[in-house]
Design a protein around this ligand. Sequence first.
Ligand code: SAM
Length: 234
Amino acid sequence: LYVEPDLSAGAQLTLGKEQSLYLAAVLRKSVGDEVVLFNGRDGAWLCRLISDSKKSVQLELVERIAGQTPVSDLWYGFAPLKSERLDYVIQKAVEMGVGTIQPVITRYTQVNRLKHERMVANAIEAAEQCEVLSVPSVEPEMTLERLIDGWPADRTLILADESAASSSPVETLGSLKGHKVGILIGPEGGFSDEERAKLIALPYVVPISLGPRILRADTAAVAALAVIQAIIGD
Ligand code: SAM
């Protein structure tokens, strides 16, 4: 279970209503039962229920059972998709261990109102489900122009583009080992010709092809993250 406060031996914690209801009513945990807590900073802690009220479960921290995993440096930018596919893409990004999740609004992005707090809640839920001890930062949306204007000079931006040169990702990405990288996935409608030309002309942009077929944006996200992690590593 993800919590905000610091975690240390012997500390006691009182959970809010939602998490108390989940533990006491859904999981039917009672006094003496154990749960594992994490906060993204102090690793994983075994805790014991000292009260099981559905309104405010109280826990006592017993011992740390796993050290904190380092937060990944991998930046993941994507043109937001419609609701459940957005949830899916957030969940896969967390599972694949990205450090930053950045929604990027491009010309053909079809989503208008993005619910930032829903995306954060999805990222936390994904971390709880796949037992990733660090929750990536979910940034507020930004336009592609603003992204380009503020892009840090020390980071390479890998552009997943179905029309990119067929240079195999293995060579391209192999030369990026140890570099700070980000990956950018376009919307269902793809990048516009102007966007693609602008991106490819940038010195820090490296286009890669993910194969001869056009992948759906959420498939491309997982494929790109898998290739990057396999070749460049965390
Ligand atoms: N522009 C495509 C079309 O013809 O409609 C659709 C874009 S695709 C559905 C969505 C995004 O997934 C693309 O912008 C790109 O970032 C990524 N993508 C899909 N297939 C890819 C491939 N074979 N290689 C690299 N990126 C790909």
